[in-house]
Each structure stands twice: as C-alpha cells, then as structure tokens.
Design a protein around this ligand. Structure first.
Ligand SMILES: Cc1cc2nc3c(=O)[nH]c(=O)nc-3n(C[C@H](O)[C@H](O)[C@H](O)COP(=O)(O)OP(=O)(O)OC[C@H]3O[C@@H](n4cnc5c(N)ncnc54)[C@H](O)[C@@H]3O)c2cc1C
Length: 285
C-alpha cells in the first residue's frame, strides 16, 4: 500500500518544527522507520509531516561533564562505535546490536524510538532504568521530564500534542561499573519478546549501586526496583544473582498475555534473562 495523501514540510530550525506542530494534525518525521511503515499500511494518516532531517545540530551526540546529550536526529547506528565513553558506551553498544538490522539502525533514531514508545523497544527501558531526563520543546517553551514518568503505556507517553522531543540526557556510568544485556527474540531482526539490562557498581567487592531494566515485561518500560534491592550491599555472586532474577520475574515484571507466551512463562523468562544480564556484567564487565 501507499500512504494516504499528506502535506510535507521540511524544517530548517527547531522553531520551524514547533510552529508546524501547533496545528495538531502534523507528525514529526525522524528516521521514518516506524511512521512511514504505519502510513503505508494506512493505520496512520497524518495530514502533514514535518521532516526534521535537515535541521542543523539535531544530530548532536555530545558529552559534557558527566552528561551525554542526544539530539532528535541521532541514529541508532551512532551507538555502535565508541562515541560514548566508559561503561555507558559499552552498555549502549551491547543494546544497539539488538535493535532491528543495519539499514533500520542507519535511519531510525533513539528519540524517535522514545516518542514511538513501542513496548518491546530497547531504548525506552534503558533510559528508564538509568534515570535519563527528556526535554520537550513546545510553543510555551521547554520542559524536562524523567524517562520514568514519560512512558504511560504502549505507544502512549507524556508528550503533549505539539511538542518535539528535543533531547535526551543520560548521566555517564562511573568508571568500573559493569554492564550486561540479555534478550530473547524470535528472529534476528524482530522486536524483543523480553530483554533485561543491568549496570552494577561494586565497591569493596559489594554492590554499591545498581540499575536493572526490563523490556516488554509490562505495558511500559520497567525499572526493576525489587531486583536492585536484592543485589544492593551483597557480593555479585550466584546467590545474589539468583535472588535478583527471582525478584525481577515475580515482583518487577507485570506481563501482559501474549500470543506466544503465557504469564508464568514470561515471569520465568524475565528471571532467566535477569540472571544472564547480571552474569554478563560480572564476568565480562
Ligand atoms: C522491521 C523492523 C524491526 C524493528 N525492530 C526494532 C527493534 O528490535 N527494537 C526497536 O527498538 N525498534 C525496532 N524497530 C523500530 C525502529 O527502531 C524505529 O527506528 C523507531 O521505532 C522509530 O524511530 P524513527 O526515527 O524511525 O521514528 P519515525 O518512524 O520517524 O517516528 C516514529 C513516531 O515518533 C514520532 N517522533 C519521532 N521523532 C520525534 C521527536 N523527536 N519528537 C516527537 N515525536 C517524534 C513520529 O512523529 C512518529 O509518530 C524496528 C522497525 C522495523 C521496521
């Protein structure tokens, strides 16, 4: 199928984008990897697209102090190399390999993925677990919201009509933080059935800081607080990893019935993937 007719606006500045969005019938065109697909199926029929691909500076990926700033046109592929320093860079590199396949990673954007809020997308869970801040630009100026408050359900976010997701800010992980990621998916390029990420800091052989995030284990990304509590203050040994896996599956996950998996299976799989992500953090750093 081809899309229904639509108007096209090529923005040159952020003000152009925000001005175009004020009519309530205009959608942002970033990488187009989800939007154009839906338009071709005619499940979405925006009257107008505002293309942000030619806005100078929107592809900014920069580190200042201990903060990584990601602009609206930073493609998934940007996280495959060594642009992001330290353990955060290692984590993002491990995660990005699981997003679709190379042509989609070359066009699709991190912020587009956040705005689209697919329940099985990896970036929303990474940014939620790591406590990232998201900046939204609208007619009345800018506001900041934490990723944990942004995702409200499948394809539903706290972004208001007329707002551009203008920047994501992640705090770099301290040197020595160990990271892991484990995912289960049916085919190489399909979305995750479930996935888990972990970032663990050890002080004197004991866990002093930890973040665990779950992908597709609820109707929105999950920061796995119970799994984190099972690890804090303990050595990162098999007993602690098993306890964290149990907590993630039994308490943090809130699975929805899926055609391919019942609720018990999903809770079990979350426990297994949590153990794998933590074991990778311990053994491979
Ligand atoms: C075959 C296939 C497999 C895929 N597999 C995965 C996968 O495994 N994991 C995964 O995470 N994703 C996957 N994706 C989705 C892919 O990551 C998309 O790139 C992503 O969901 C959307 O990014 P985009 O830049 O292409 O956004 P677009 O398609 O351009 O836009 C998506 C939506 O977000 C809005 N939007 C985009 N940017 C902004 C912004 N800055 N501010 C406000 N609104 C904005 C658009 O208006 C639109 O509604 C897959 C896609 C395909 C086609």
């Amino acid at each position: 199928m081809k899309p229904a007719p639509f108007e096209y606006v090529a923005a040159r500045t952020e003000d152009d984008v925000v001005a175009a969005l004020t009519d309530g019938h205009t959608e942002v065109l970033a990488g187009g990897q989800s939007l154009v697909l839906e338009m071709n199926y005619r499940s979405r029929r925006p009257a107008r697209l505002v293309d942000i691909n030619r806005v100078p500076g929107f592809d900014r990926l920069a580190t200042g102090g201990d903060v990584l700033r990601v602009g609206p046109l930073v493609r998934h592929r940007a996280f495959e190399g060594d642009a992001v320093p330290g353990p955060l860079g290692v984590l993002l590199r491990r995660v990005v390999r699981h997003i679709a396949h190379p042509p989609i990673r070359a066009r699709g954007t991190m912020l587009g993925s956040l705005a689209y809020a697919h329940p099985a997308a990896e970036w929303p869970a990474v940014l939620t677990a790591l406590g990232a801040d998201l900046e939204l630009a609208g007619r009345d100026g800018r506001r900041t919201i934490s990723a944990g408050d942004f995702f409200l359900g499948p394809h539903t976010t706290a972004r208001r009509p007329g707002e551009l997701l203008a920047e994501a800010r992640l705090t770099l992980l301290p040197a020595g933080t160990r990271v892991g990621f484990a995912e289960h998916r049916r085919t190489h390029a399909s979305f995750a059935q479930l996935a888990v990420l972990a970032a663990v800091t050890l002080t004197g052989g004991h866990v002093s800081a930890v973040r665990v995030g779950l992908v597709n284990a609820a109707d929105r990304p999950v920061r796995a607080h119970h799994a984190e509590a099972a690890l804090l203050g303990r050595p990162l040994d098999d007993a602690a990893i098993t306890a964290a896996g149990q907590a993630a599956g039994a308490q943090d996950a809130d699975p929805r019935d899926q055609p391919y998996a019942g609720l018990d299976y999903q809770r079990h799989a979350v426990a297994v993937l949590t153990r794998r992500a933590l074991a990778q953090a311990r053994d491979e750093g």
